[in-house]
Design a protein around this ligand. Structure first.
Ligand code: GAF
Length: 402
């Protein structure tokens, strides 16, 4: 397992020197700074964000690090250490959401587009950027949001966009707009908020309707627990507008309309709401969203009481709801969850958008190896691709490193 279970491990993952040196080699000049934005796992509250509900993510030790130098020529050049043959260049004035660049460059271009649309980025603002990432893509760990947030934070700092640089909630709105308006993925505000607003040692209890947030202590080390992330390596894709994610978004919107509420967040009595719906699929979707919002509150209560082990039961209930009511799990995710619990995890659930990606398990420290091995063995026995296992601590949100 790739483990970052102590603060020292987390620090070692952040190598600012290498990224700055790679920038200098690529562009023949020094960057003005280096920024890092993390990926996330969500502890509770899945598919609740676009229903105006509650979420509870932590930032991961892994993320996107980038070096940047601002320019005043209105163009951007972006290189990635992971994609050396896919350099990206664009003139910011030419960006058109009807014809997005495509590929990984869309997430960068989308941020320029959204920051300009919001009136923050002057027309002549450009940049040279070098991106490095230790987050897997398509693993439900928010590699897209980490990239968007790193670019936006660096642009805000380097171009002196003072009204934006100090306002993380506003930055999350712009990074989400990049994804919705330019990339074309109908996602909510969870991932960008997690990357920009999480703090080390805490989970972020975010109200996606108001943007209000609180930090909830999540001291795994003190509780003798570890958070094991099982990346099933079945890639999920949120930007597929005909796919499962977009279909869930549409079903939730339709259910809210039929129930006469602004969003499913406003459903107060789930049984009477279900009685007013005819479509059994919509009933299932509503039951998941409404109960999942309650599970966020339950999880926050347990965390504030210092009863982290008891979160396991809430994890398990959430997974069953995602599997049976929201229908976003996969055989690999179900196997990861069931095997982890059978091998001694306190609880487990899939995390993120679903249809692939990762599961998380809350595991007593002394059972971490046993649980990881049990999951890897079960995957092999079932003929699934070997999972990638990582243990993580709640880590710092997006920040300037140098
Ligand atoms: C993905 C989306 F990007 C988020 O907005 C959220 O809906 C999540 O799936 C499910 O909770 O990560």
């Amino acid at each position: 397992a790739q483990a970052a279970t102590t603060r020292g491990d987390v620090e070692r993952l952040v190598d600012t020197g290498e990224v700055a040196a790679a920038f200098t080699e690529a562009y023949g000049r020094e960057p003005v700074g280096v920024w890092r934005a993390p990926g996330r796992v969500n502890l509770m509250g899945e598919h609740t964000d676009y229903n105006d509900g509650l979420v509870l993510p932590i930032a991961l030790p892994w993320g996107v690090t980038l070096a940047l130098a601002p320019t005043g020529d209105g163009t951007a050049e972006v290189r990635s250490a992971q994609r050396p043959d896919e350099d990206v260049r664009f003139a910011t004035a030419d960006l058109d959401p009807e014809a997005p660049l495509g590929g990984w460059g869309s997430y960068v271009a989308g941020v320029f587009w959204a920051a300009r649309e919001a009136g923050h980025l002057p027309a002549d603002a450009g940049a040279r950027i070098l991106v490095d990432s230790d987050l897997p893509v398509g693993a439900s760990l928010s590699s897209s949001a980490a990239l968007e947030c790193a670019v936006l934070l660096a642009l805000a700092d380097a171009h002196g966009l003072a009204d934006l640089a100090g306002d993380r909630p506003a930055m999350a709105v712009i990074a989400r707009r990049a994804e919705n308006g330019y990339v074309g993925a109908p996602t909510g505000i969870l991932d960008q908020s997690a990357s920009l607003r999480c703090t080390e040692g805490y989970a972020l209890n975010l109200d996606c309707r108001t943007g209000a947030a609180g930090a909830v202590p999540f001291d795994l080390e003190k509780a003798g627990l570890r958070l094991l992330i099982v990346d099933t390596r079945v890639e999920h894709k949120l930007s597929d507008t005909t796919g499962g994610y977009a279909a869930r978004y549409e079903q939730c919107t339709r259910a809210a309309r039929e129930l006469g509420v602004d969003a499913l967040r406003d459903v107060e009595d789930v049984d009477s709401a279900l009685a007013r719906l005819d479509d059994p699929v919509l009933k299932d979707r509503v039951r998941h969203v409404v109960t999942e919002i309650h599970r966020v509150n339950a999880a926050v209560g347990l965390m504030r009481a210092g009863a982290l082990g008891d979160l396991g039961a809430v994890f398990n209930a959430s997974h069953i709801s995602m599997r049976d009511q929201f229908a976003i799990s996969t055989p690999e995710l179900d196997l990861a969850v069931e095997t982890a619990v059978a091998a001694g995890a306190r609880g487990a659930r899939m995390t993120g958008g679903g249809f692939g990606g990762s599961a998380i398990a809350l595991v007593p420290e002394d059972r971490l190896d046993r649980v990881g091995k049990a999951v890897a063995d079960a995957f092999a026995e079932n003929g699934f691709r070997a999972p990638a296992l990582r243990a993580a601590l709640p880590s710092p949100g997006a920040r300037r490193l140098r």
